[in-house]
Design a protein around this ligand. Structure first.
Ligand code: THU
Length: 138
């Protein structure tokens, strides 16, 4: 699977989870050894992926979700329709608070987050479920 941004006619939820799993293999996580992958679709159904990127100064670490979002925005995306997140816990991986706020900035009205477990099973969450009454200027 090609992890660079492409215009995809139809990317299924399972495809998105597979892309997130592949992105996870690229994680730079020498401090926590906790590898996370994310894959998202923008408003044009373009695919962007991300992995967590850690730093010796721990606070400089960027989560997989934000890596994918910032990649997408830097390539011209303005809205995010769907994002899949994969880690290697038995339970599906949920985004941290900062990532939830970042997702809130760009989420479409029908946005969904797919929190996937390694066996491919996943739970789906709306933005309202992830971050109720989130802060915004709009
Ligand atoms: N991490 C993510 O990439 N996404 C999450 O949703 C939770 C945490 C990363 C940050 C850090 O590199 C490692 O997982 C441990 O917190």
């Amino acid at each position: 699977m090609d992890l660079t941004a492409t215009t995809a006619k139809q990317i299924s939820d399972q495809d998105l989870i597979q892309a997130a799993s592949l992105a996870r293999t690229l994680a730079y996580a020498p401090y926590s050894n906790f590898r996370v992958g994310a894959a998202l679709l923008d408003e044009q159904n373009r695919l962007f992926t991300g992995c967590n990127i850690e730093n010796a100064s721990y606070g400089a670490t960027c989560c997989a979700e934000r890596t994918a979002v910032y990649r997408a925005i830097a390539e011209g995306a303005r809205r995010i329709r769907r994002i899949a997140v994969v880690c290697d816990q038995p339970e599906p991986c949920m985004p941290c608070g900062i990532c939830r706020q970042v997702l809130a900035e760009f989420a479409t009205d029908d946005f969904a987050l797919l929190a996937a477990a390694p066996d491919g099973s996943f739970r789906m969450y709306s933005l309202e479920q992830l971050l109720p009454d989130h802060f915004t200027f709009r």
